[in-house]
Design a protein around this ligand. Structure first.
Ligand SMILES: Nc1ncnc2c1ncn2[C@@H]1O[C@H](COP(=O)(O)OP(=O)(O)O)[C@@H](O)[C@H]1O
Ligand SMILES: [Mg+2]
Length: 255
């Protein structure tokens, strides 16, 4: 089982949209996939048709008092299951404070899922926190959406610095450009001037497209209602690229 986290400490950059669409593409390829919505705002859960929280609540889940599989719900998409968000995730950092190291708690939670799933996609909340520290250690790959702007690039450099400071392998970071709008001068300029070392790492671009905004209304991945849209093909390519990167990395054992 591979663990793919969509992460940035910035909000509104396209994490949830990418997590849902990439998870749906993996499921389309027949990979038994679980999307774990870790953001208390619950956008991914809503898009995948689920508007309640967890049955037993975040506290019981993180204390290991309920088997994680019991909280999983179907999504209406073949091979794709959802572990819904919960309001209790607002206090996740407290829950991760209790006993073992946060990364060990997360790894223990993920372990039983490997009997059922080939891929777990994590839709992360936008923060630097105990949870993100644990994710950096447990996820096989962190997919990081970046807007084509100088500020967004600072996010990238800070994240790389965080990895460097903590001796974490930077090859587990995979940036991609998100919400690219070539009609916007700033985006065009950025794409034209950004130095090659940065550009080389950003092979897949997700265009800015109204079909993505409609996900919250249609309540599904873009392929479900816009199968021929360019952005659907872009999410497909993103999945294929991340899948390739995942297969090149040594798998982490979430134990
Ligand atoms: N490629 C895109 N094109 C247009 N709108 C997008 C795109 N990606 C995301 N959005 C919109 O931007 C907002 C934030 O996206 P979201 O995926 O929720 O970001 P995050 O999870 O990083 O906060 C949402 O309203 C979403 O519909
Ligand atoms: Mg989100």
């Amino acid at each position: 089982m591979r663990v793919l986290a969509f992460y940035s400490f910035k909000g509104g950059v396209g994490k949830t949209s990418a997590a849902v669409n990439v998870a749906a593409e993996a499921a389309r390829d027949g990979v038994p996939t679980l999307l774990w919505d870790m953001d208390p705002q619950a956008a991914a859960s809503w898009i995948l048709g689920h508007d309640d929280g967890l049955e037993s609540g975040a506290g019981k889940l993180f204390k290991g008092k309920v088997p994680i599989g019991r909280e999983v719900v179907p999504t209406g998409i073949e091979h794709l299951h959802l572990l819904p968000a919960d309001r209790g995730y607002r206090h996740l950092d407290n829950l991760l404070q209790k006993r073992d190291a946060p990364a060990d708690i997360l790894a223990q939670l993920l372990r039983p899922l490997s009997e059922v799933y080939g891929l777990v996609v994590l839709d992360c909340p936008p923060s630097f926190s105990r949870l993100s520290g644990a994710l950096f250690r447990v996820a096989d790959l962190l997919a990081v959406p970046l807007l084509p702007s100088p500020l967004s690039l600072r996010v990238w450099h800070q994240l790389r610095q965080e990895f460097r400071d903590n001796n974490l392998p930077r090859k587990r970071l995979s940036p991609f450009l998100s919400m690219v709008d070539r009609r916007r001068t700033l985006h065009r300029e950025w794409l034209a001037t950004e130095p090659p070392p940065v550009r080389r790492q950003l092979s897949t671009w997700i265009p800015s497209a109204s079909q993505v905004e409609r996900m919250a209304v249609e309540r599904g991945p873009v392929r479900a209602y816009a199968p021929r849209a360019a952005v659907t093909a872009a999410y497909r390519n993103l999945w294929l690229e991340l899948d390739r990167r995942l297969s090149e990395l040594p798998q982490r054992n979430p134990v």
